[in-house]
Design a protein around this ligand. Structure first.
Ligand code: GLU
Length: 304
């Protein structure tokens, strides 16, 4: 398959979406990103790389970090994890307090903010320096030491993180947060602030496309079953309340973030990362969705 040719074709079409979405501005430090940034990176299990545009430029991965922290917590807790966070799609906004109230402090899934906060709390139980351990883990998966927190974004999230603060307090009142809420929020805001390029993200997600085996080191990072489960959660919960439509139109497990990044995988084949900061009304990158939709249409690839 000539992925390079396909990427160019897709990019031309997807660029028509530029100017039609909105950059996330509820985190003020994110609002300054030029809206015409646009990058695509594909990496196959065999190690072939294809790219387009700003594929090499780091951006704020935001909620994509929830996949990495879930992988870490799942490794530590295995199935015990599901006593504290469920695996059902939410169909509600990612920061909904209402849903959490109905469900008595057990978040619907690990990719809504409440679920990710519980996962972060679990990491605080297992790691003496969770921020450093998260960074190490992401560097290991992406095969690159050039991955950092963006302290300005983390501070901006802290300053304006009223809803996340409410969520963590509510979880704590239901005894589903064990550590001090300030510590949980601090780690959570830093993990969201991690900056990575499309190329680094595609490489990092290859482990999930490869049954949990790191493509370079051949290390079994997750068991085959764990990798399957994380892919299943990405498919059903990875795109806010647009996960159903994404599965319907694209058919790949993946995760998006309000920084405009999306990463998705075809198991046993490849990982693809896209970055375009303008979001649709669900919080997913507008051009990013277009790229992935065309990608599976033109290649005939999908998990179905
Ligand atoms: N740090 C963001 C928040 O907690 C993540 C949002 C996202 O990418 O979904 O609101």
């Amino acid at each position: 398959m000539d992925y390079q040719k396909i990427i160019h074709q897709i990019a031309e079409e997807a660029k028509k979406e530029l100017g039609k979405g909105k950059i996330a501005n509820y985190i003020p430090a994110l609002a300054n990103i030029p809206s015409d940034k646009f990058g695509i990176a594909i990496e196959t299990i065999k190690g072939e790389r294809y790219s387009f545009g700003d594929y090499d430029e780091p951006f704020s991965i935001q909620s994509i970090s929830k996949v990495f922290t879930l992988m870490m917590a799942f490794t530590k807790e295995n199935t015990k994890l599901w006593q504290r966070v469920d695996v059902e799609p939410s169909g509600n906004p990612f920061n909904s307090l209402v849903q959490l109230e109905f469900e008595a402090g057990i978040p619907r899934n690990p990719f809504i903010n409440a679920g990710a906060l519980v996962v972060t709390d679990i990491l605080l139980d297992h790691y003496a320096s969770p921020k450093a351990s998260i960074l190490d883990y992401v560097r290991r998966l992406s095969g690159s030491d050039d991955v950092y927190f963006d302290y300005e974004v983390a501070a901006s999230e802290r300053e304006f993180g009223y809803t996340n603060t409410a969520l963590v307090n509510f979880l704590k009142s239901h005894k589903n947060i064990h550590n001090h809420i300030d510590k949980v929020l601090d780690v959570y805001f830093h993990q969201c602030s991690i900056r990575m390029s499309c190329q680094q993200l595609a490489h990092a997600f290859l482990t999930l496309a490869n049954h949990g085996v790191h493509p370079d080191t051949k290390e079994q990072i997750l068991s085959r079953s764990q990798a399957k489960r994380i892919n299943a959660i990405m498919l059903t919960c990875g795109f806010y309340d647009q996960a159903g439509e994404f599965a319907f139109c694209v058919g790949m497990p993946g995760k998006s973030g309000v920084g405009g990044g999306i990463v998705a995988v075809i198991p046993e084949e490849l990982a693809i990362a896209v970055w375009s900061p303008e979001l649709n009304e669900h919080g997913n990158s507008k051009a990013g969705i277009s790229v992935l939709e065309q990608f599976t249409t033109l290649t005939g690839l999908s998990i179905f």
